[in-house]
Design a protein around this ligand. Sequence first.
Ligand code: ADP
Length: 597
Amino acid sequence: MARQPQPQSGEQDREKSKRVGALRRLGPFMYPYRVLVALSLMALTLTATVSLLLPMAVRRVVDNFGTESEALLDKYFLAALGFAALLAVGTALRYMLVTRLGEVVVADIRKAVFDRVIGMSPSFFENVMTGEVLSRITTDTTVIQSVIGSSVSIALRNTLLFLGGLVLMLFTSTKLTLMVLLIVPMVIVPILVLGRRLRKLSRENQDWIAESSGNASEALLSVQTVQAFTNETQVKSGFSRVTDLSLSAALRRVNTRALMTMIVIFLIFTGVVVVLWIGARDVRAGGMSVGVLVQFVIYSVMVAGAVGALSEIWSELQRAAGATERLVELLQTDDSVVEPDQPVTLAQPVRGEIAFEGVTFNYPSRPSVSALDAVDLTIKPGETVALVGPSGAGKTTIIQMILRFYDPSSGRVKLDGVALPDMVSEDFRRHLALVPQDPVIFADSARENIRFGRPDATDAEVETAAKAAAAHEFIVALPEGYDSPLGERGVMLSGGQKQRIAIARAILRDAPVLLLDEATSALDAESERLVQQAVEELAENRTTIIVAHRLATVKKADRIIVMEQGRIVAEGQHDALVAAGGLYAKLARLQFTEGAA
Ligand code: ADP
């Protein structure tokens, strides 16, 4: 049998999400639109009232058919036309207001979820698949949209029709109403039993859909690796398995729902027929007029219809409750990196002094290994420091700590003497420029890709930065120059070109601290020389921390920090470190690519 879906929430959370009450959490999102809500409710009440009045009019017409004058009859039918007009306008209004409400509220929810998620620290994304988040933003919000935009209004309308209809039935014929009420439990019990099963199935279905989008997006993002290793069959069968599981959950849901509909309709109509039969006998015996019986029958059909609609809508509401739970959960996820309540601001101008004070850090996903182990390190403003060491030594982790993607397990990281957690992340990150090892290129023009470093930069500034990064020449040689689209993830650029775009971005940012994770892959000699030159340009007058893989870089650094297993094991300049032998001398022999030095 299917393994149970593994969403990040625990079993208890799933229990909660069964309850339609979870929809209350949409309240804060509806609040800004309370006028719209009020208007929708008015339109809703209007149409329900008109519907409830109609059967009375029908009774009068039926009972007085033979006796009334022709003029009166004309009046009745004119009034009926008036009712019809009211009903038409009211229904159109209701549709318009309610659907609009659904659209605007869901747009807000989508934005809120995205805003929340885009600010999350990396440890959040280690636990949640990006595709799953996307599925929540798209699928779950669509469910909520259909609920606010229609289901809730159908539910309210039918509740009004049900209650109003029931009261009017009582007025019409108490005896017949009481008989009808006897039938109600017969209908309610199967609804409750099957409804529970439906809820479980629909949640399962949603979970599998989320899982299958997660799978698909992961495979698509790494499509070339999948193809290179000819793993398509495996990936396809994985995706098809998850999709089939979601399909089978959906089909079971459909079957249950069909069964429920059948039972409910049959029971209701049996009841109506029986009551009608008794009523017909009463009419024959003279205890009731034909008009009253007709009125009663219309009301009971109305009430039964309302019950049917409610039972159908109920499961929709529950689906939406589940979706709401998941979205609210996402909105309320605590991030491991918390912004301060009373933030400190940096003294201007920022000097760019970085200090690590006894920093020990374990990645949350690997608590037993210290990625950094009691690191003490002070980097003076304007200094260029090269971090070297074998792979896994903790060099990249140093960069991530300076960006405050994670908080240390103990110790502190400071910028200009202020501990990072005391500042709003956005405030200090604006003084950092990052050139990552594998530069990210967005599906946009070359110009916009560079402008990403500082969105308010002018075109001239973008070009100056590109020139300094030795990127200008290859960009103008592109078919549309600076306006050339670079393709998703920069598929149209070579490794060296991507790096120079990333460097131009960092130059444009003009921040006092530069964090540079040098590419491990060797570039051709020409690119190498250009990149090196660009980096030197950029490092000028800034605090620069380079995760270095090239001899040329380490030779130019003011200081080399040698790391091993999360600790600083040596520091100094190239010649002294080589002379001292040890790890650095070995690394220098084996690991550095010569570059254009
Ligand atoms: P370097 O950059 O020197 O190659 P890193 O700083 O990337 O080393 O890694 C230091 C240690 O932390 C390694 O043992 C690595 O496996 C581990 N590590 C790095 N990133 C993560 C992560 N996101 N989750 C868990 N462990 C990690």
